[in-house]
Design a protein around this ligand. Structure first.
Ligand SMILES: *Cc1c(COP(=O)(O)O)cnc(C)c1O
Length: 395
């Protein structure tokens, strides 16, 4: 089976983890500090806080930005559940902004309309979680301008987009967001098995994030109520969690980070190959701005709209599986999950995301995907179009 994505682990990765395993410290040691510094250098942020998943990073990012009960957090329906759940962990209310049909990212037009309505009702969100879907940066500048006008905070969910850039600004530089979050899950641009990172330029947020990942404990004497300068002494000053990354993960992350650029170039090469080979079919691709660089975490293709009327999505999906190509859907819109429906969200509310999810599949894309397999995938797609979409046009 050709997976839709997979990790790339080499001997150097294994040796770095092994070295930590044989060392004195396997949980809290120097590897984490090094990994955090290297991520800062790579993305251009001032501060970074390594944690055990992007989900944890999103949670403490919301807490650091003071998200509370009755506050609103908005995100897109076309994302992984964690982008919304982080708000619910804080007791906040969530709502969605539909995506743009071409970039597949948050639609700035829809957002503007929704903000105007929200202002009338005095329900401006405290936080918007914006996702660089598939590694393709959303319009960071336009979202930032709106955040100034309407006074909300921005968390960039960059789980897909480590190494991507928007108008020559690396994702994570936080020029246009308060906190940016990365994921190091095995299918993401680099992996630490499980792991995540929150980066920011704001010192206060940085200090909050650090305390929140470690039970709410401070080891900064300036923050103590009692000025006791003893090794045994620390104070819990907030309710935090154990969201720490360990040394094994950090060592793997450091080693992986060395390969990020080459990984992303390989993904871009594969994307180019697909686009070129499929350009004569009535297939729609995700639009990436010419001034942006996408990590191509995902390579999404949209079939002609007739796939919906003909009710052949499952047939096509299974055709790939039968041919040992493990494609995927990113994503079933969040508001259609039973959990979100139980919160009052309904089908028909976010039509672009809904239609997208009935037409889209993610093709396999990962650095070690062989040329032979890329060709095999293209051949299968050609067969699908011959079989199901004769004389169709691009919509
Ligand atoms: C993977 C992913 C997450 C969660 O990442 P974890 O590290 O697995 O917690 C959050 N948001 C998006 C968009 C993702 O793709």
């Amino acid at each position: 089976m050709i997976p839709y994505s997979r990790q790339e682990i080499d001997k150097k990765d294994i040796r770095s983890v092994e070295k930590v395993l044989k060392s004195r410290f396997i949980t809290q040691g120097n590897q984490i500090n090094i990994f955090e510094k290297k991520i800062c250098n790579k993305v251009g942020s001032k501060y970074s806080v390594a944690v055990n998943s992007a989900t944890s990073a999103l949670h403490i990012a919301c807490l650091a930005l003071d998200l509370k009960e009755k506050d609103y957090l908005w995100t897109v329906p076309n994302t992984f559940v964690a982008s919304a759940n982080c708000g619910l962990y804080c007791g906040a209310l969530i709502d969605f902004v539909d995506i743009d049909k071409d970039t597949l990212n948050i639609s700035i037009e829809n957002l503007k309309k929704k903000l105007i309505e929200a202002k009338k009702k005095k329900k401006i969100p405290k936080i918007i979680v914006a996702v660089d879907f598939g590694g393709n940066p959303y319009d960071h500048k336009k979202l930032f301008d709106l955040s100034l006008k309407y006074n909300f905070k921005i968390i960039t969910d960059a789980s897909h987009s480590l190494g991507s850039s928007f108008k020559n600004y690396k994702i994570g530089r936080c020029k246009w967001s308060d906190i940016t979050v990365f994921s190091f899950h095995p299918v993401k641009p680099i992996t630490t098995a499980e792991g995540g990172m929150a980066v920011t330029n704001d010192k206060l947020l940085f200090e909050k994030l650090k305390i929140l990942r470690n039970h709410g404990i401070s080891r900064n004497i300036n923050k103590y109520q009692k000025k006791i300068r003893q090794k045994w002494y620390y104070e819990q000053i907030d309710l935090g969690y154990n969201y720490r990354m360990n040394e094994l993960q950090a060592a793997l992350g450091i080693s992986q980070l060395n390969k990020l650029d080459s990984f992303n170039l390989k993904r871009n090469k594969i994307a180019k190959f697909y686009k070129n080979k499929l350009k004569n079919l009535p297939i729609k691709f995700q639009e990436v701005d010419k001034n942006s660089f996408s990590s191509y975490h995902l390579f999404v293709v949209l079939f002609p709209k007739s796939i919906i009327k003909k009710k052949i999505y499952n047939k096509i999906f299974n055709f790939f599986l039968k041919n040992k190509i493990d494609i995927n859907l990113h994503y079933l819109p969040l508001h259609l999950h039973p959990f979100f429906r139980s919160k009052g969200f309904k089908e028909g509310s976010y039509l672009v995301s809904e239609e997208y999810s009935k037409r889209a599949i993610s093709l396999p894309i990962y650095p070690s995907l062989t040329f032979q397999n890329q060709n095999k995938i293209v051949n299968i797609i050609n067969k699908v179009f011959k079989k199901y979409f004769k004389n169709e046009i691009i919509e």
